[in-house]
Design a protein around this ligand. Structure first.
Ligand SMILES: NC(=O)c1ccc[n+]([C@@H]2O[C@H](COP(=O)([O-])OP(=O)(O)OC[C@H]3O[C@@H](n4cnc5c(N)ncnc54)[C@H](O)[C@@H]3O)[C@@H](O)[C@H]2O)c1
Length: 259
């Protein structure tokens, strides 16, 4: 039977009952699918996005399905915002078992014409943001002697992509950073893994012309663009207790694009 992009995956192999999972960029796209999936696996989800209004659809979807969720407005690249959210969540729930660094931006352009601003903004959100949340939540996980960190990179961070020098650098940075902290945090039962999506249908990729999408699809062995739910499945896998012996790994979820 042919599988449709975004077709609901049945069941949940991962049991996150009683756990708190913090997901950045949870207002839409991959972040929303991850938040919904982790809630379906039993986690209490703390969603972070730039505005609370943006988060409403995600929070409502989780609550409508009987799950538990709350939202925080924060800029992921602001150390003050990160501290405010993490302090508050820790004081309410004591532990944070799962952290998914998903928030990300693109500001594409050829390197020779790239403005400083486009470089700084993308590195700040994608790479510094990931560092700030890992540092703050990592401290909470250290105290709890348990944690699952999943950082979202990109196939652009593995292979590079013309027009995305800033983005590729930020996403390659996420990989090196994750491998390092995987080693630093391992002794406390904290795993750190990376999911590298290929071409996923979201607002981020919606801006691309149909011709480009068709060309990309043609290059994908599984012959379809990815859906946010495809990424959520892999994130849930790394978020669960069963993957306790896997850390510092990078898994491309890309329909075979990088094979
Ligand atoms: N869509 C793809 O094809 C694709 C491919 C590879 C990697 N990714 C990565 O997956 C992640 C999610 O991508 P998406 O396609 O769902 O993107 P999207 O643009 O649809 O959503 C991005 C999310 O990040 C949030 N965000 C952005 N900047 C923020 C900030 N400064 N503070 C707080 N929140 C912020 C947005 O509010 C939104 O919720 C990103 O890290 C992206 O780089 C996406």
């Amino acid at each position: 039977m042919a599988e449709e992009a975004g077709s609901p995956k049945t069941g949940c192999l991962v049991d996150l009952k009683g756990q708190t999972a913090l997901v950045t960029g949870a207002s839409r796209g991959i972040g929303r699918a991850v938040a919904v999936k982790l809630a379906a696996c039993g986690a209490r989800v703390v969603g972070v996005a730039r505005t609370l209004e943006g988060l409403q659809t995600t929070l409502e979807a989780i609550r409508a399905a009987g799950g538990e969720a709350e939202g925080y407005a924060a800029d992921v690249a602001s150390a003050e915002d990160v501290k405010r959210v993490v302090d508050d969540v820790e004081s309410k729930y004591q532990k944070i078992q799962v952290l998914v660094n998903n928030a990300g931006v693109t500001k594409d352009g050829l390197m020779l014409r790239m403005e400083d601003d486009a470089w700084d903004q993308v590195i700040d959100v994608n790479l510094k943001g990931t560092f700030l949340w890992c540092r703050a939540v990592g401290a909470v996980m250290m105290r709890g002697r348990y944690g699952r960190i999943v950082n979202i990179s990109s196939v652009s961070g593995i292979r590079g992509n013309p027009g995305q020098a800033n983005y590729s650098a930020s996403k390659a940075g996420v990989i090196g950073f994750s491998q390092t902290i995987a080693r630093e945090l391992a002794s406390r039962g904290i795993t750190v893994n990376v999911v590298a999506p290929g071409f996923i249908t979201t607002d981020m990729t919606d801006v691309l012309p149909d011709k480009i999408k068709a060309e990309v699809k043609d290059r994908i062995p599984l012959k379809r663009l990815g859906a946010p739910e495809d990424i959520a499945e892999m994130v849930a896998f790394f978020s669960g207790p069963a993957t306790s012996y896997v850390t510092g790994q990078v898994v491309a979820v890309d329909g075979g694009m990088t094979v």
